[in-house]
Design a protein around this ligand. Structure first.
Ligand code: GTP
Ligand code: SPV
Ligand code: MN
Length: 583
């Protein structure tokens, strides 16, 4: 048996005494254990079988209908000083936060198995990886953690060596949204989550640890924990550039990370390193390197088909857990945009009613091991990560934001990131389609005050002169009829190529107050059904619109008060002045 650190055993005992589970299971991470967990989940209806012939080892989980997305209004960062959590987080004093949830955890696991899930975020032998232990009474969570992280004995051995780990306590409780809380105690490296069994609320290694707790830790240790995909773009001559891209939830990270080059782009290859989270470190030579702390994907299902994302579509034909999709009459999973089959049962498990809303929940998800992805990069397990050529920010904007532009330098890039706005999506409970500020796509995930976070980002210029260049993209511009102006998906490679050409110094650009934009004709549109006028509007800067935007960004930044870095304010003022001059 792998040795269990004393501090961990003690904590497990304390939690068991408080939550009163029927029994305790320490997860080893073995394949046999996984099979047993799945068999048990099938027996108690946590998982339902799908057609095992066409979808081997695929299962369906239907969550409680009130529990289908992250809950930002119930997510708290509990720091001693309220200002350390910042206006970007809901805050509670640590004592009050503990008291609130500890009362709900009392006896919460009665009659259930308590799983002790050791996990490692990042390659087991990477100096950049960090471990945690999640205690949970959800078998679904234990199953998902096996697919999403390096889970079990190997992680336990690393915890023993590291001497520290993030503690995550989770119970599905009674699933009543009134008694649902996702609490973070970054000063104690602790998470307590109760009342939800869903994704980001319950798989504590993901958003709770790898972003909220890790971002807090990263600030004091000099690195960055970001809501970014990591992708390798290999040119026909065999050079590979690595790019990390921050897009808000359900705004295209998985799709970009798994892009399959269209036939019009012969010789190009795309390698996936990560689709949701990146941890960034400066190496000894000053390059910014990225690792993916996860080892699996929890991806949006609707819209995935042979055309939009062929690699993902094939990847989820086997060894996949589907959450909240619909089913066909013959037991296949079905979702809007699948392009084949017909739904018979919706995501609530009811007979499908065409007038009763979508068959699959818009935030239905697949869970699958990253090694299932045909484009999985061989460097995804590299302990040192991959050096980044470019960082790309983006949002979902019907208007204003051009297809792509480049920041003038790192400081300007930090402002571009801080100014990101995007339409809300089904990934969180709340209204969909409302534009809000989502700096660096981290609004729901930054574990500390954004003002301090921007200062931390800015500090990297003092530490390296080899930083990646920074860009902004928007795949989501629409015409008056609501149609997307840009084809997106695989065709986004054309934009990545422009980005790489810029980084290699191969190509010029039009200088504007908001940054460098592609010159007409510099983005390859050969073979696309897109006219020059559309390209012109996708790559133009609306000076009046941007003047208003910059005023709005200014107001937003000022809402952070005196902690706002002066350099960021000056950068905004500089661009606002240039826009005023241009109008
Ligand atoms: P999270 O897992 O929530 O962090 O999301 P994500 O950023 O990985 O988003 P994902 O790639 O799953 O895409 C979300 C939705 O955006 C899906 O419905 C996609 O079909 C759609 N989408 C992705 N890329 C594009 C694109 O280039 N153009 C358009 N129009 N839609 C896209
Ligand atoms: C997101 O919402 O950004 C996700 C899904 O990636 S979840 O794991 O639920 O956070
Ligand atoms: Mn995400």
């Amino acid at each position: 048996m792998t040795r269990r650190p004393k501090s961990l055993e003690q904590w497990v005992e304390e939690v068991a005494a408080h939550t009163r589970p029927r029994n305790i299971h320490w997860c080893t991470g073995s394949d046999e254990e996984f099979d047993t967990l799945v068999a048990q989940a099938l027996a108690d209806d946590t998982l339902r079988p799908l057609d095992q012939e066409r979808y081997p080892d695929c299962y369906l989980h239907l969550s409680d209908p009130s529990d289908v997305a992250r809950v930002e209004h119930l997510t708290f960062v509990c720091t001693t000083d309220r200002d350390d959590a910042g206006p970007n987080n809901h805050w509670m004093a640590p004592d009050a936060g503990h008291a609130k949830v500890d009362a709900l955890f009392a006896g919460a696991m009665q009659g259930r198995t308590m799983y002790v899930v050791p996990y490692c975020m990042g390659p087991i032998d990477s100096p950049y990886s960090r471990c945690g232990v999640e205690i949970t009474d959800s078998r679904y969570v234990a199953i998902n953690m096996k697919l999403m992280t390096r889970m079990g004995d190997a992680a336990l051995r690393r915890i023993e060596a590291d001497g520290s780990f993030v503690r995550g306590l989770h119970s599905t409780g009674d699933l009543d949204p009134e008694r649902r809380f996702i609490m973070h105690f970054p000063e104690e490296m602790m998470i307590k989550s109760i009342g939800s069994g869903y994704g980001g609320n319950a798989l504590l290694g993901k958003k709770c640890h790898a972003l909220r707790i890790a971002s807090y830790q990263a600030r004091s240790e000099g690195w960055l924990a970001e809501h970014m995909l990591i992708v390798g773009v290999e040119s026909p001559t065999g050079d590979t550039h690595y790019i990390a891209c921050a897009l808000p939830s359900a705004c295209g990270k998985t799709n970009l990370a798994m892009l399959v080059p269209p036939a019009s782009q012969p010789g190009w290859k795309i390698w996936t390193l990560g689709d949701d989270i990146a941890w960034l470190h400066l190496d000894d030579s000053g390059r910014l390197c990225a690792i993916n702390p996860e080892s699996g994907y929890f991806g949006v299902v609707p819209g995935t088909n042979e055309d939009s994302n062929p690699n993902a579509y094939r990847m989820i034909q086997h060894d996949t857990i589907f959450t909240n999709v619909a089913r066909t009459d013959d037991g296949e999973p079905w979702w809007e945009g699948k392009a084949v089959g017909e739904p018979a049962f919706d995501w609530r498990g009811r007979r499908y009613d065409p007038n009763g809303g979508p068959a699959a929940h818009p935030n239905s998800r697949f869970t699958v091991a990253a090694s299932n992805n045909p484009g999985y990069s061989e460097l995804a397990e590299a302990p040192g990560g991959v050096p980044l050529t470019a960082i790309v920010f983006g949002g979902r904007r019907r208007e204003l934001a051009p297809l792509v532009f480049e920041a003038r330098d790192w400081r300007h890039g930090v402002l571009v990131g801080a100014g990101v706005a995007s339409e809300t999506t089904a990934a969180m409970i709340g209204e969909v389609g409302v534009v809000r500020r989502d700096p660096m796509a981290m609004k729901p995930f930054c574990g500390y005050n954004f003002a301090d976070y921007w200062a931390h980002w800015l500090s990297f210029t003092e530490r390296s002169d080899r930083l990646p260049r920074i860009f902004h993209v928007n795949w989501f511009r629409r015409d008056a009829e609501g149609r997307f102006l840009w084809p997106g998906f695989g065709e986004n490679l054309r934009v990545l190529r422009w980005i790489i050409d810029r980084c290699e110094g191969k190509i010029g650009a039009t200088e504007t107050p908001i940054g460098y934009l592609p010159k007409p004709g510099d983005i390859d549109t050969e073979g696309l059904d897109i006219d020059a006028q559309t390209m012109e509007s996708l790559t133009a800067v609306d000076i009046d619109g941007w003047s208003q935007e910059m005023a709005s960004i200014g107001e937003y930044l000022e809402s952070y008060g005196e902690r706002l870095p002066a350099a960021l304010r000056r950068e905004r003022d500089r661009i606002a002045a240039q826009l005023a001059e241009a109008s």
